[in-house]
Design a protein around this ligand. Sequence first.
Ligand SMILES: [Zn+2]
Length: 187
Amino acid sequence: MLLWLGIEFLFKEKDMYRYKVTMPDYSQTKIYIIRSRNTDRVYVGATTSTLVKRFSNHNCRFAKGKSQTRAYKVLEHGDCYIELLERYPCLDKDESNAREKYWMRQFDEQRVNKNIPKCIKINPTKNKKEYRKNYWKQWYPIMKEQRLKKCKCPCGGSYADYKRKRHFQTNKHRTWVFNQWSEFNHL
Ligand SMILES: [Zn+2]
């Protein structure tokens, strides 16, 4: 009984930790702008992270492929920098979106963000079928590729991601693990 309580406690702690990690702290909301010295077009965004982190995130996505970030229309001009427009502590995402929207309107002529963030979803069920179809069309090939991608194992073998468990049970891998272990214990 005590053990069970202990386990339950552990799980609760873990969940709390996860909650802390994944939930953005909207009291840290900042509105930022990305500018380039070669164009007057700008990108306006909001983040709860630091500006340096957010900017490098945009740049990473841009390096991976244009369409990965909506800021690419500014980034592709080169010589870009990020600026803080305002520190604006919020209670939740809706409030942060509203403020982001406000700032986007201030740069209406120059901004490259096309869609203004929505605070309320209108008729989310209306196009559910369509949405699901598009979602699969978009993500299925990527997920499939990810699944079939071969990982190299330190045992010398390789395995597709979804076969990892099976690989760990193969003789080759188990022999390797055993050898590692016996080496470690000077057997
Ligand atoms: Zn292996």
